[in-house]
Design a binder for this molecule. Structure first.
Ligand code: PXL
Length: 448
């Protein structure tokens, strides 16, 4: 039996909220956020919404008993200190949740969910006063947006100044801290801490992308950071950054309000790690070959690989100082890193725009013999002529596109015969850095 000893206990948090069948908001957003932030998430579902990106079609509330039973099941087994509340549709649900919060001494982040982004009321009007009177005073933090802050404070919140007045009014109800999120104002969140009577402005950036589930994600992130021991101000800053990244990483889903992507940044990091690992292995394949140094051009060789969906040179990793010939062997000068070579990045980016499966390239020394060996290896070959290059382009952008156009798809080999002051060159393209490194070694073994 294989065992991995993960002895450090995770923080356990809970979301008491509704389900969004579209997977964008509610418990889906909360649990993904908890997972991304390394805490163990549990949930008590309050309502089930039949929902997609165009709005809430129907909503079914669970009975107060069913909600209490879920909270009991979790809290009698696991140590839950911090929890958040989301959609609490009715007065009865709000009252039951307040009872359970008291019973288990939960520290609560209250997200005063009132309406769905794409449309649909999620909190009955008559329940707002019960939420204010019976649940809010039991909570540590509440995270209203401008509209919700207005409803809680009984005023219109249209400016950052209004947000200040509203935050104080809401704190007067009995909650220890209020964060009025600035997504509908100037992107700056306002944190008011009643215990010290202080306001803290938390500036942010408007980012483009789907925002469905951003309120849920924000309050879940605040909860996770507080459970992990962060101060409230630090939790608020980190949660804001987390939401901005998740909006930036949103993907086109559905016809309406697109969901934010809580795991986007984590998966991006994973891909970057895999690319660096792959590239390091490719470099050692080249360094361990007795033949490859024959193929190192005068200007040195570089090898690069992009993450999937790369859209800039910083998404492509390469060797920082190139690979050079030293005592008859290939030696890499510098580490592998993202953004290390705009040159290799241009070749790869131009290729993967035509074929996303092509994510790696290496440049090697041109010779007629090397080109003949490529033909012998039955590699698809294309080329460009520097003399035909228009002004004000980058040779690698233009040349790669030109060679692909001529060939009809991305070939394995793109060469050019050089120009004034420009060494002729062969580029090998492929799906991964190790694939192109192995190809380069095979090619080197075929020539004198
Ligand atoms: O974003 C608020 C929210 C909370 N909970 C559920 C929701 C929504 C918004 O759509 O569907 C279940």
């Amino acid at each position: 039996m294989i065992e991995k000893s993960l002895t450090i206990k995770p923080q356990i948090v809970m979301t008491i909220a509704g389900s969004d069948s579209g997977g964008g908001a509610g418990i889906a957003a909360d649990l993904k956020t908890f997972a991304a932030l390394g805490v163990h998430g549990t949930c008590a579902i309050t309502s089930i919404t039949a929902q997609n990106t165009t709005g809430v079609l129907e909503s079914f509330d669970l009975t107060p008993e069913a909600i209490a039973s879920q909270i009991e099941a979790v809290c009698t087994d696991m140590e839950v200190k911090w929890a958040k509340t989301g959609m609490l549709a009715s007065s009865e649900i709000v009252r039951e949740v307040a009872k359970e919060v008291r019973k288990h001494g939960l520290s609560i982040v209250l997200d005063p969910v009132m309406a769905a982004e794409a449309g649909g009321n999620l909190l009955r009007k008559e329940a707002i006063s019960v939420l204010i009177e019976e649940l809010l005073p039991l909570c540590k933090v509440t995270t209203p947006n401008a509209f919700e802050a207005g409803d809680l404070a009984g005023m219109a919140v249209k400016t950052p100044e209004d947000a200040k007045v509203a935050a104080k009014k809401i704190a007067d109800i009995g909650v220890e801290a209020v964060i009025v999120t600035g997504g509908h104002l100037d992107a700056t969140d306002l944190l008011y801490e009643a215990t010290s009577d202080t306001f803290t402005r938390i500036p942010g950036t408007f980012v483009k992308g789907g925002t469905h589930g951003s309120g849920c994600t924000y309050s879940a992130a605040v909860t996770a950071f507080l459970a992990s021991g962060e101060s409230l101000e630090s939790a608020a800053r980190k949660a804001k950054k987390f939401v901005e990244q998740a909006i930036l990483m949103s993907r086109p889903v559905g016809r309406g309000a697109g969901p934010i992507n809580q795991l986007g940044a984590t998966l991006d990091e994973k891909e970057r790690y895999l690319v660096l690992r792959e590239l390091k292995e490719a470099v050692s394949i080249l360094e361990n070959s007795f033949d490859f140094s024959k193929l190192i051009p005068e200007v040195g060789c570089n090898i690069g690989m992009a993450i999937p969906q790369a859209d800039g040179y910083k998404d492509v990793a390469a060797v920082e100082g190139r690979i050079v010939k030293h005592k008859g062997r290939a030696v890499s000068v510098g580490c592998v890193d993202f953004g290390a070579s705009r040159h290799v990045a241009r070749i790869i980016l131009a290729s993967l725009r035509k074929n996303p499966e092509i994510r790696a390239a290496i440049n090697v020394k041109y010779s007629r013999e090397a080109l003949a060996a490529c033909r012998e290896m039955k590699l698809g070959i294309s080329s460009f002529d520097r003399a035909e290059e228009p002004e004000n382009t980058s040779t690698m952008d233009w040349g790669t596109v030109e060679a692909i156009k001529k060939y009809g798809s991305v070939p394995k080999v793109i060469y050019d015969k050089g120009g004034p002051g420009k060494e002729p060159m062969i580029r090998l393209l492929g799906a991964s850095a190790t694939e192109v490194a192995k190809l380069a070694v095979e090619l080197a073994e075929k020539i004198d």
